[in-house]
Design a protein around this ligand. Sequence first.
Ligand code: SF4
Length: 494
Amino acid sequence: MHSNLIFDKPESNCGIFGIFKHNQASTLTYYGLLALQHRGQEASGIVTSFFDKSKNNVTFNLRKGKGLVSEVFNDEKIFTDELKGDSAIGHNRYSTTGSNILINVQPFVVKYKSGNLAISHNGNLTNARILRGKLIEEGAIFQTSSDTEVILHLISRSKFENQTDQIFNALNQVTGAYSLLILTDNNLYACRDPYGVRPLCIGKYEDSYVFASETCAFDLIGAEYLREVEPGEIVFFNIKNNQITLKSIFLDNKQSKPKKCIFEFIYFSRPDSVVFNENVDKIRRQLGKRLAEENPVNSTNEKKLAIISVPDSSNTIAIGYNDQLRKMNYNCKFEIGLIRSHYIGRTFIQSEQNKREFSTRIKYNIVRGVLKERDVVVVDDSIVRGTTSRQLINLLKEGKPNKIHFRVASPPILFPCQYGMDFPSREELIANKHNGDISKIKKELEVDSLEYLSFEGLISCTPEKSEEFYCTACFTGKYPIPIDNDFHKDQNES
Ligand code: SF4
């Protein structure tokens, strides 16, 4: 079993990166994907476009495989010999068990009437099942079970001559969440769905342009962040007299109010990234502060209250929580009570027995001196199934703390995500299982107290301070884009 499947955080999602016109396109894409590794650890791929002067034609070169970026691209020669070309797109994939077969690993590459075409997709289409059925009836042959392939078929079957028109036409037919990079023989298209559910950023690197799911990828290569691809926008390039300029068009159904995934702020994105034009670290600190205002912990223990995070995702939130409690004159201290191993890579655990015993220990260990006889507040970003939280609490108890209080910087997750996050089914969500009754969840987790951030509290930490601009469906069940209730039957997230 893969380590990712043991820990029950919602599994992202995917990471995408692209670069247009740079002589080190594949190497820079590799670095970009390394920075986006947290968005998908199951598989990785890069495709480059290479203009062969001797033959006067463009070839696409592809390397993809299962595993971490460093495992798939494990030899320098891959970049110089295999992935030649001056433009590239890449993809890090997370997939559910069973669907992680190599054929589903992106980017997808096809050759069709207008030349070569490659695509990297982050998100989930909500009408893919219906479109796929229609396309199959019309004679289309699908090679993968991924919804992304539907977009390829729509582009290749478009009646338009011009590729920009073909892409525009195809995207006007799909619904759902998508941030896409589409590489053609002469251009690179960056597209975001009309609701802007998933992030996609534009940067400048030397004389070239780069795209990434998050700006941490720009920081790694030293690119300058320019702006987001707007919801409903298709960005591409115009080349005249060797000058590259950005062009942009908008899809027909661009929404006046986006529905950005609020979970990007809570957990998915890295805190050192800018997503949705906002600094993730700043939002996470605010979440921690608000959580402290709403749910402080009273301790009568003479030793300082220990505020600990579940590393790494809740580090910043725990710092915010501690800062606010101190402002409110609580006798507390931010401590490192859990150590996370960063070197486990792709770890396999053989038997069910071992899985139970080692799954948490492989990733975390406790600092006994921090925990012993202290009242401890564990600050986490979210609880999904509750299995990891339960295991962590058992582990912490080995450090003999006086009390364990659990504080969660998001409201209870009651509904699955239909827009590209691998949230479990309703029944598997611990909060749904207990009908949102926090006292029952507390009992299951066996902690001295448990509190969640309120929904109002969460919204107050967003830049707009309004739920109108966000998808919050996993908390509220209000799905902003119509969903296909049968979509789990034969779809895979990208
Ligand atoms: S349902 Fe939750 S995880 Fe999915 S897009 Fe909406 S806010 Fe994000």
